[in-house]
Structure formats: C-alpha cells, structure tokens
Design a protein around this ligand. Sequence first.
Ligand code: FES
Length: 73
Amino acid sequence: MIVCVCSNVSDRKIRQAVDGGLTRMSELRDQLEVGTCCGKCNSCAKNILRECLANAQPNAVQPIMFHTQAMAA
Ligand code: FES
C-alpha cells in the first residue's frame, strides 16, 4: 500500500527502514522523504512506524545467556 503518494513510499518501504534501524518520524522524513510535501500521510506513516516498532521490540531484546563452565574458568 502506498502511504505517501507525494514521495511514492509504501508501507513495505517503511517496514524495511524500521528493520534497518530507523525509529523516528524525523528519520523517515530524512531518508524516505515521507511527509515532506503535502503532509497528508503523516498520521498513517506514524501509525505504521509505531506498529513496526511494537512488533520489532520482542526481537530487539535478546536474552543474555551465561555459560557457567566458561565463567568458572
Ligand atoms: S502524501 Fe506524503 S507528503 Fe503528500
């Protein structure tokens, strides 16, 4: 789905950008030019960004594993 008609940015591009490490609307604006023309896409882009970040968080926190044998050495 095209989110930003002015800059031809799809939800897929936003998801890829978030997977690549972007976390803020200002970064999406700088890198994808989302919302930099008429601004009508801002709320939709923000919602997609929030959704992507919410989905990404469980994977972002990796459990720390300790190997007791390695620690004893
Ligand atoms: S639709 Fe995104 S700036 Fe116009």
